[in-house]
Design a protein around this ligand. Structure first.
Ligand SMILES: CC(=O)SCCNC(=O)CCNC(=O)[C@H](O)C(C)(C)COP(=O)(O)OP(=O)(O)OC[C@H]1O[C@@H](n2cnc3c(N)ncnc32)[C@H](O)[C@@H]1OP(=O)(O)O
Ligand SMILES: CC(C)C(=O)C(=O)O
Length: 498
């Protein structure tokens, strides 16, 4: 079984994504997480880009991580010096080699390009530092020239060469062929760096591995220039599925993705492979029926949610079937006969047909109306009063006066905003760790008096979740209402199960 090394460039190419700019402390948090994940190399940045970038790379290089730390540099002495001064283990030097880039950027002859590259590699190596060399825009560079330049840097002592598909125009068969030819021509290890302009970054990276590539460059969540880079989570999971070994601890993939999502502000779509909210979720009746029997019926099987730190969810919606609705209700302690189940399923579908995202709360409310159960008296939290204060000279504060399981409680909390303060006061009230894992706010109508639709998912310390919705003209109160409903039902569901 071949081991493929993972070179992560989230902090360099990932950060080149428009709109992403990470302060030093965020870069450090991500670097530590990447190290925990087990990547072999962290490309921490481009030290000569700015003072802050230099400091970030230097701090990361001195954290004592297991991963090797790499810094990017043009084949320019000043850039290389900055990278070396930042204490990196590897300097990654690059130069454009395609006609289009050479003509419009560095404007050098082929001989000059080769000489600059050899000089840069020798200069790095003379400092006792490892060197990676990239022929930028390799996939649009003539093969003869690529072979020539890579051979020249190999003879100059480069440790590893990188073959970048800079503008993402490679296709798997062509890229396979290219890497195979280079592999036959060279003795140094080969690394590849694929962009996702045609959605082929993962496929091309995989094709390169099949052709003999030793290392893959990736970014968490596929962040990067334009359409991004090959996503770490996809490449690693695919390599695992196809029988290759990496040093990645896959159980941290979701945790890493969520951290990067939060610190960069780049939200992942729910259908993102491996780490997306829906990567292991099933709403359709036919799928859910199969999955309830054996998850491999409608999942790849070789990767389970637990293996990547995810969770499988059977959710309700317009496409739901009887088996899953019965199971969800029975898990929550409801007893449903066939006749009542048919009515409940029908009502869920009617709600879905109106274009609504059906929440757990909707299902439970429908079930209770059909089963004739009264939920009021069962409520865990009965709120009497909620006061929320905010303004430019006050720290947002929420105070709640409520009865919790029959006991009167008054709690208060501060937060970064009124909604955050309110959520924190609810957590205080319960005295349990409740997380809001999803919070969505949409205006249903226009204008400043618009009705806000709030959709939340809460999760308790056992990983149990519950989704609920509330609408109202006051965003804070609608958010509070949705959370209280979700928490109440989550607790009720657990109480019923006991
Ligand atoms: C494919 C990639 O992802 S490559 C990495 C891209 N990342 C970045 O560019 C982020 C960091 N970059 C920066 O902060 C700046 O661009 C700097 C500090 C590197 C250079 O800034 P400036 O001196 O203002 O130059 P500017 O960015 O406008 O232009 C790039 C210059 O580098 C030259 N150049 C580009 N690549 C290379 C290279 N690999 N080796 C040598 N010179 C190069 C260009 O020809 C141009 O030279 P010129 O100023 O003589 O015309
Ligand atoms: C510096 C190189 C590897 C790069 O980022 C690219 O070509 O996309």
């Amino acid at each position: 079984m071949r081991t493929i090394k993972v070179f992560d460039t989230t902090l360099r190419d990932g950060e080149q994504m428009p709109g992403v700019s990470l302060p030093v402390n965020y870069k450090i948090q991500i670097a530590k997480q990447l190290d925990k994940l087990g990547v072999d190399v962290i490309e921490a940045g481009f030290p000569s880009a700015s003072k802050g970038e230099f400091e970030a790379v230097k701090e990361i290089a001195n954290l004592g991580l297991n991963a090797k730390i790499c810094g990017l540099a043009r084949v320019v002495k000043k850039d290389i010096d900055q990278a070396i001064k930042a204490d990196v283990d590897i300097v990654h030097v690059f130069i454009p080699t395609s006609k289009i880039q050479v003509e419009h950027t560095i404007k050098k002859t082929p001989d000059e390009i080769v000489q600059l590259s050899v000089d840069a590699v020798e200069y790095v190596k003379s400092h006792g530092v490892e060197c990676m060399f990239s022929a930028m825009d390799a996939t649009r560079t003539e093969m003869d020239f690529l072979k020539r330049i890579y051979k020249a840097v190999e003879e100059a002592g480069v440790d590893i060469i990188n073959v970048p598909d800079t503008v993402g125009i490679a296709t798997p068969f062509r890229f396979y062929d290219m890497i195979k030819k280079l592999k036959e021509h060279l003795n140094v290890p080969i690394d590849v760096h694929c962009h996702n302009d045609f959605g082929l970054a993962t496929a091309n990276t995989y094709a390169a591995v099949l052709a003999g590539a030793d290392e893959v460059q990736v970014t968490v969540n596929g962040l990067g220039e334009r359409a991004g880079n090959a996503p770490l989570e996809e490449v690693v999971a695919l390599l695992y599925a196809e029988g290759f070994k990496t040093n990645i601890r896959m159980e941290y993939l979701v945790e890493t993705s969520r951290l990067v999502e939060r610190l960069t502000g780049v939200k992942m779509p729910p259908n993102k492979p491996i780490v997306g909210e829906n990567a292991f979720s099933h709403e359709s009746g036919i799928h859910a029926h199969g999955v309830l029997k054996d998850a491999r019926t409608f999942e790849p099987g070789i990767i389970t949610p637990e293996m990547v730190g995810h969770k499988r969810r059977i959710v309700v919606g317009k496409h739901a079937g009887r088996h899953q609705i019965k199971k969800i209700l029975e898990d929550a302690g409801y007893v449903v006969d066939d006749e009542k189940l048919s009515i409940i399923v029908q009502k869920v579908k009617e709600l879905g047909d109106k274009g609504k995202k059906v929440t757990d709360l909707d299902l439970f409310a429908i079930a209770e109306s059909v089963l004739g159960e009264v939920s009021e008296k069962d409520r865990i939290i009965n709120v009497d009063e909620v006061t929320v204060l905010t303004g430019n000279k006050i720290t947002p504060t929420a105070v709640i006066n409520a009865e919790v399981e029959g006991e009167r409680k008054v709690t208060s909390a501060i937060g970064v905003g009124p909604v955050d303060a309110t959520f924190k006061a609810v957590t205080e009230l319960l005295g349990r760790k409740i997380k809001i894992t999803e919070f969505r706010l949409d205006a249903i109508t226009g204008g400043s008096d618009a009705l806000a639709n709030v959709y939340v998912t809460v999760e308790d310390e056992d990983g149990e979740t519950f989704t609920a919705r509330s609408a109202g003209a006051d965003i804070v109160m609608a958010s509070f209402d949705a959370v209280i409903k979700a928490v109440n039902y989550l607790m009720l569901k657990k109480k019923r199960k006991k």
